[in-house]
Design a protein around this ligand. Structure first.
Ligand code: NDP
Length: 445
């Protein structure tokens, strides 16, 4: 590894102890940027990498709220504004009990390169809370979101920082957050994306991450003269990304046989009945185990990692970070998997990624493969600014174009550095080159 890159990575680990997810993301990214720094010694003089790995701003705050029984609770709120070199900070909010600074920093760091890959003018940020929306009433969710926004509003804005959804933050939460922002600022602007269609949202935003994931998977298969038609697909998760990945894969003629949640997974030998999954997850807000109770062709198994032992041609991890480890990678390879494309952020461990790449499985990293969500968020921002409302077909065709461009750019970047087929390196390099150029142009700041 380039000595400068090595030193920055070592310092990052020393200066940010107890942040394992941030270390993991930084290791993966910096290792593949080594060759870029060999080529650009001027970056070291400009302290480019030290600045790139340090967030421009970290905001941490208290979120007090009162439950339906009148009991007061306090959660932690975060917004990491990582890098604004190419545009306003952009990235989702995650509400999940596991949320901590390390997780928000890893997500924000990845987001810089992902947003750059979309070719749209958006910088990188991420936020959230260790609040658990599971089992809360709509009123409790509303009170929490209002309290969260009562602090966050002063740090965001349509030209400053535009948050969106992520795990635990869907249409309902975005609605409550937006309502509170509008009330405090007296402004109806595009300060959040993923808004409902009646108040400034964009068609296709809900479907975008899952659809985009499948579009880029199809693109990668096309490059090896293959397609999704007739393929067996294993999907993990049963949230926003998983559901719409399943929908598009089925539309393109694939058979999706699994879905999961944090308790376990279902295997349906006849192919997933997506209407039933939507009814359970989107309407009832229930558990995936209910599917197997209502469908005789399906089996439910406790524990979510078993999902990768199911035989498939295509694996789409769409739940959470580090859900696919080296055992899972070996099981997938043994079962003849051809392609693994990450719908979630960093679902594959570093070791598992290496195992898959060594076995010549096509591996598409999340920052490229799940960029369709943020890309469509940027299209929502464009519509908000122009007071426009594009048709489903128009947004969907732009999304398809963006995913195809991303595939071509990451494939070419890998080739340029003699790393053909290494889409991890390709995505990191292609995303970084644009950010680096913008940072150099703007001086030391
Ligand atoms: P949702 O909250 O809609 O769904 C998350 C799914 O993952 C649920 O099925 C959930 O199960 C499961 N899950 C969450 N935590 C764990 C865990 N610790 N172990 C096992 N399963 C878990 O989130 P999204 O679908 O929006 O997000 C999924 C992934 O995609 C995340 O990594 C997110 O960062 C990434 N992503 C999302 C984008 C978007 O537009 N929504 C854009 C780009 C990336 P349970 O219900 O049991 O918690």
């Amino acid at each position: 590894m380039n000595n400068y890159v090595k030193k920055v990575l070592e310092d990052l680990k020393k200066q940010n102890p107890n942040e394992p997810e941030f270390h993991q993301a930084a290791t993966e990214i910096l290792e593949s940027l080594s060759l870029v720094f060999d080529k650009h010694p001027e970056y070291e003089k400009a302290g480019l990498l030290e600045r790139f790995v340090e967030p421009e701003r970290v905001i941490m705050f208290r979120v007090p709220w009162v439950d339906d029984k009148g009991v007061t609770h306090v959660n932690k709120g975060y917004r990491v504004q990582f890098n604004s070199a190419i545009g306003p900070y952009k990235g989702g909010l995650r509400f999940h009990p596991s949320v901590n600074l390390s997780i928000i920093k890893f997500l924000g760091f990845e987001q810089i390169l992902k947003n750059s890959l979309t070719s749209l003018p958006i910088g990188g940020g991420k936020g959230g809370s260790n609040f658990d929306p599971k089992g809360k009433s709509d009123n409790e969710i509303m009170r929490f979101c209002q309290s969260f926004m009562t602090e966050l509003y002063r740090h965001i804005g349509q030209d400053t920082d535009v948050p969106a959804g992520d795990i635990g933050v869907g249409a309902r939460e975005i609605g409550f957050l937006f309502g509170q922002y509008k009330r405090i600022r007296n402004e109806h602007v595009g300060v959040l994306t993923g808004r409902g269609l009646t108040y400034g949202g964009s068609l296709v935003r809900k479907e975008a991450t899952g659809y985009g994931l499948v579009y880029i998977t199809e693109e990668a298969l096309k490059a090896v003269k293959d397609s999704l038609k007739g393929k067996t697909v294993a999907i993990s998760g049963s949230g926003n990304v998983a559901i719409y990945a399943c929908e598009k894969a089925q539309q393109l003629g694939a058979k999706v046989v699994t879905m999961s949640d944090s308790n376990g997974y279902i295997y349906d030998k006849d192919g997933i009945d997506l209407n039933l999954v939507k009814e359970i997850k989107e309407v009832r807000r229930g558990r995936i185990s209910e599917y197997a109770k209502e469908k005789s062709s399906a089996v439910y198994t406790e524990g979510c990692s078993g999902v990768w032992t199911v035989k498939c041609d295509v694996a789409l991890p769409c739940a959470t970070q580090n859900e696919l480890n080296s055992d899972s990678a070996n099981a997938l390879i043994k079962n003849g998997v051809k392609i693994v494309a990450e719908g979630a952020n960093m679902p594959t461990t570093l070791e598992a990624t290496e195992i898959l790449q060594k076995a010549k499985v096509i591996f598409l990293p999340g920052k490229a493969a799940n960029a369709g969500g943020v890309a469509t968020s940027a299209l929502e921002m464009a519509q908000s600014s122009g007071r426009l409302f594009w048709s489903f077909e128009e947004v969907d065709s732009k999304l398809k174009g963006i995913m195809s461009n991303i595939y071509n750019n990451i494939a070419q970047a890998a080739k340029k550095y003699d790393l053909e087929g290494n889409f991890v390196a390709g995505a990191n390099i292609a995303g970084f080159e644009k950010v680096a150029e913008a940072m150099m142009a703007q001086g030391v700041c």
